[in-house]
Design a protein. Structure first.
Length: 369
């Protein structure tokens, strides 16, 4: 990896790791729903020029069904997942919520397995178990503090995993890359959240909301923005939400998906350290131990297959009599490689089918959607 590729990973890693800290600081000056609306509106607008350039360069046309998929994806990430996430930050330690969100790729694996029938390797299963164990160690259910915030953070991470699967599947169907799908989902989600915020100003709705949920009543749009708070808002919206996501998807293209996953591999360890230095949030022994377990799970996901084949090579060299067993493992490896070819063939078939559907829609003929 060259220096430029290293920066593609280093910058979003720091930005994502500081996200919960910045949001917690801003949360004391803004309504949490308002802050969620502002950051995704400005973050989406920051990515819009790159999205427009991609659409023009690749001659991508989005039809009615595609806009519906984008709107649904935006609702899931902005209105549901990130609203729960923003509220949870105000109710629990920023470091704990950061670790919760970092577990979202594991939840994405489960969702893909259950709903898309995607196969889970033994490596993925081991990583899943380690991550869940690490989360339980950090949550410490026997001495639970800030239980509601932790539960909301966990739910937000699970729904974020749903968003990841939706973005990948829908983006492929529409013909969008990760950055463009993210941009449009952010803008649609911000618009949908803005509509719900407007409804909160209806007297009948505002009066029906209990006093202990006053943050959902008469939600402001840009209240609290001043010369003092503007730098923090721009950092959260443009850098943490726009640039961080943009560089994350760019790093996948430039240095590869595995290397880009280092961003969420390092975040669970870096975020608590930043929370300690900036917010003064102490790290307990169970938090440190839980972080180590989660990092092991992430490392298994990242390096598991390479380690497995190295172990096989050592085993074969030191145990010539076990040649047959190792050969059986080689057969398994061949099956995996063949399955990758099958996936590529399936992706090509889907691309051809989607192209035909687009032509049908362009001619105003009924499509499969």
């Amino acid at each position: 990896m060259n220096f430029k590729g290293f920066l593609y990973i280093l910058i979003p890693t720091f930005l994502f790791s500081s996200m919960e800290i910045a949001l917690k600081i801003a949360g004391g000056q803004f309504n949490p729903i308002e802050l969620n609306f502002i950051r995704f509106l400005i973050g989406g607008l920051a990515l819009l020029p790159f999205t427009i350039l991609y659409l023009k360069k690749n001659n991508v046309k989005i039809f009615k069904s595609g806009w519906g998929r984008i709107a649904l994806t935006g609702f899931v990430i902005v209105v549901v997942s990130m609203t729960l996430y923003q509220i949870s930050i105000g109710m629990a330690k920023a470091s704990v919520i950061a670790i919760m969100l970092s577990a979202n790729p594991i939840f994405g694996l489960i969702i893909g397995f259950v709903f898309l029938k995607e196969k889970l390797s033994r490596t993925n299963v081991l990583a899943l178990i380690l991550t869940l164990v690490g989360l339980l160690i950090i949550i410490n259910p026997f001495h639970l503090s800030g239980a509601m915030g932790i539960m909301l953070g966990l739910l937000s991470s699970i729904i974020f995993g749903v968003y990841g699967v939706m973005s990948r599947v829908y983006g492929s169907k529409i013909g969008l890359n990760g950055l463009s799908m993210t941009c449009l989902a952010f803008l649609f989600g911000a618009a949908e959240l803005g509509i719900l915020m407007a409804i909160s100003h209806v007297p009948a709705v505002a009066n029906a909301i209990p006093s202990n949920f006053s943050q959902f009543s008469n939600i402001p749009y840009f209240q609290g923005i001043s010369l003092q708070t503007l730098p923090l808002i721009l950092y959260i919206s443009i850098l943490v939400t726009g640039v961080a996501f943009g560089l994350y998807f760019l790093s996948m293209e430039k240095v590869g998906i595995l290397q880009a996953s280092l961003i969420f591999l390092v975040k669970p360890a870096l975020a608590p350290v930043l929370s300690l230095l900036i917010l003064g949030e102490a790290m307990t022994a169970n938090t440190i131990f839980g972080i180590v377990v989660i990092l092991l799970g992430s490392l298994v996901t990242l390096m598991g297959e390479k380690i497995a084949y190295r172990v096989m090579a050592i085993f074969r060299r030191n145990n010539p009599e076990a040649h047959q067993e190792v050969d059986e493992l080689e057969v398994v490896k061949d099956k995996i490689e063949n399955s990758e070819l099958a996936k590529r063939r399936k992706a090509t078939e889907e691309a051809v089918r989607d192209t035909l559907e687009s032509k049908k829609e362009n001619r105003e003929l009924p499509s499969e959607d």
